[in-house]
Design a protein around this ligand. Structure first.
Ligand code: NDP
Ligand code: OXD
Length: 310
């Protein structure tokens, strides 16, 4: 029987374990602290594991990250360099991201920020009609989450574009790729949605220089990682009225310190890293199937390319 050591930061360990037992009863998925023969364990199923985990399991060959982003694991010096890391691809998060971005994009497209302000002033005024086809959405990152979002947003009739590292061909989506096409992509984007992984190339990408390239009155929605955004650059561009508003789900420090000016900014809406959560059923299914494929000497998808950082 294959034994997997399970590590999560919170009380979800039991839920994960129950779901593994339900779907893959032939796998022995155990809380990492309750395993008696740690030197025999090759597989770890983890979310933000600490150093003790790697000390306890010296013979790991493979880690399954219980989330989409692997930035935390890749910067953890305790993770041995020879270990294969697989990440969750979708895992129920694409549908949640579609909901999250739709909600906030419609908020701006239908001028709810202006109407909220008007209500606070007892002011009755209908904002001018805008055609959805003139609302230019731009998605940074066209991977598991970004590509599905790009397809989904077409149901509203928005003009959707996306930016990735390699050139993509997605129906109904204007695709830009590579550093050279970032500027034209930003120039045409009224609502910038960030779903990039955090890597050395994307760190700080939402900075003054790039955000200034968005048209006047653009909005920014970041659900990638906090380190993509230079928060003080954003605040400056909001205060200068270059940007209309921002929605943030992720922060350089989480929870965001109470004194941070983002909390009180009138044109920033914030959520606590809650835009999409790994769902037990699809994540367990995907990890179990990946394990099976590895055992059968196949090459399953989801393997992290350490040289690219995602
Ligand atoms: P993927 O790896 O599937 O997609 C990443 C996309 O980013 C790809 O299209 C990739 O391009 C593109 N990309 C990477 N580096 C660059 C670059 N230097 N220039 C241009 N494009 C680049 O990731 P997912 O879609 O699964 O997830 C994306 C991120 O979303 C996660 O890494 C995580 O940070 C964040 N996330 C946040 C959550 C939250 O709750 N806030 C929940 C889940 C994820 P290419 O296709 O060409 O390789
Ligand atoms: C993830 C996340 O990367 O929850 O899955 O942020």
């Amino acid at each position: 029987m294959i034994t997997c050591a399970l590590y999560t930061e919170d009380e979800s360990v039991e839920h994960w374990q129950m779901e593994f037992n339900r779907q893959f009863p032939h796998l022995n998925v155990q809380n990492w602290q309750h395993i008696n023969n740690p030197e025999q364990v090759k597989y770890g199923i983890v979310w933000k594991p600490n150093e003790d985990f790697f000390e306890r399991f010296p013979n790991l060959t493979t880690l399954f990250n219980l989330g989409a982003g692997v930035d935390a694991i890749l910067k953890n010096a305790a993770v041995p360099k020879h270990i294969d890391i697989y990440r969750i691809e979708d895992g129920g998060m694409a549908a949640q991201m579609n909901q999250y971005f739709s909600y906030f994009l419609l908020h701006y497209f239908r001028d709810m920020d202006y109407y909220q302000q008007q209500q606070s002033l007892n002011h009755w005024q209908v904002q001018p009609f805008k055609a959805a086809s003139n609302f230019r959405v731009g998605i940074l990152g066209l991977g598991q989450l970004g590509a599905k979002l790009a397809q989904h947003l077409q149901c509203y009739g928005f003009d959707v574009a996306g930016w990735s590292r390699n050139t993509k061909h997605l129906n109904g989506v204007t695709c830009y790729a590579g550093a050279q096409q970032l500027e034209p992509f930003l120039n045409r984007t009224d609502a910038l949605c960030c779903l990039l992984p955090l890597t050395p190339d994307t760190l700080g990408i939402l900075n003054h220089k790039n955000l200034s390239k968005l048209p006047n009155g653009a909005v920014v929605i970041n659900a990638g990682r906090g380190e993509h955004l230079m928060a003080y650059d954003l605040i400056q561009l909001l205060d200068e009225n270059h940007l209309r508003g921002a929605v943030l789900d992720v922060y350089q420090q989480e929870p965001l310190p109470v004194a941070h000016p983002l909390w009180q900014h009138p044109r920033v809406m914030m959520t606590p890293h809650s835009s999409a959560q790994s769902e037990y059923e699809p994540c367990v299914k995907s990890i179990g199937n990946t394990l099976q494929a590895i055992a059968n000497n196949q090459a399953p998808s989801g393997l992290v390319d350490r040289s690219q950082g995602y």
